[in-house]
Ligand binder design. Structure first.
Ligand SMILES: CC[C@@H](C(=O)O)C(=O)SCCNC(=O)CCNC(=O)[C@H](O)C(C)(C)COP(=O)(O)OP(=O)(O)OC[C@H]1O[C@@H](n2cnc3c(N)ncnc32)[C@H](O)[C@@H]1OP(=O)(O)O
Ligand SMILES: [Co+2]
Length: 134
């Protein structure tokens, strides 16, 4: 794993949270992107080498809607940058981690992504991210 690529934060109201994080980080978001396959709208801020990804739900079955209903707003996942996501999926599967998708899927901000079940990683939802090949 190379670095923390982003922290995902589940929010109820993306516009209100955007204002809060613009003030907190003293910078404007650089991208808003809807990823309908995940049921989310994302908003990205750069913070040094990493990013903050604000996520709001686009429908009631979204993982973000379920998370907020159960746990309230807050840190939803930690995403690590990897060079070769398929190799990492293989490695982690053979180490006994439960992958939520065993083939990479399309994420936000030009990434291929895969998730580990939070029960595999001490209650933390982990996302693997690889830059999409050009
Ligand atoms: C925009 C794309 C992308 C990017 O490019 O960055 C994203 O970040 S998308 C982010 C949204 N997508 C996902 O989260 C996909 C992966 N998540 C899932 O598949 C599911 O959310 C889940 C983790 C498998 C949970 O789903 P489910 O079992 O249907 O939900 P429950 O509400 O029943 O929860 C079961 C159990 O798990 C706990 N839980 C749920 N979410 C989290 C979480 N984010 N972190 C830690 N724990 C989580 C939940 O509290 C339940 O625990 P118990 O009550 O103790 O059983
Ligand atoms: Co993410």
């Amino acid at each position: 794993m190379n670095k923390i690529e982003h922290l995902g934060i589940a929010v109820k109201d993306l516009e209100a949270a955007s204002k809060t994080y613009q003030t907190l980080l003293n910078t404007a978001p650089y991208k808003e992107e809807q990823v309908e396959s995940e049921g989310v709208t994302t908003l990205f801020f750069k913070t040094g080498e990493s990013k903050i990804e604000l996520l709001s739900a686009t429908n009631e079955n979204s993982p973000i809607a379920k998370f907020i209903a159960k746990r309230g707003e807050g840190i939803h996942h930690i995403a690590f940058a990897v060079d070769d996501i398929e190799a990492e999926i293989k490695r982690l599967t053979s180490e006994g981690f439960q992958l939520l998708n065993s083939t990479p899927k399309s994420g936000a901000d030009n990434k291929l992504i895969a998730f580990l079940h939070p029960k595999s990683s001490n209650g933390v939802l982990v996302e693997l991210c690889q830059e999409k090949p050009k």
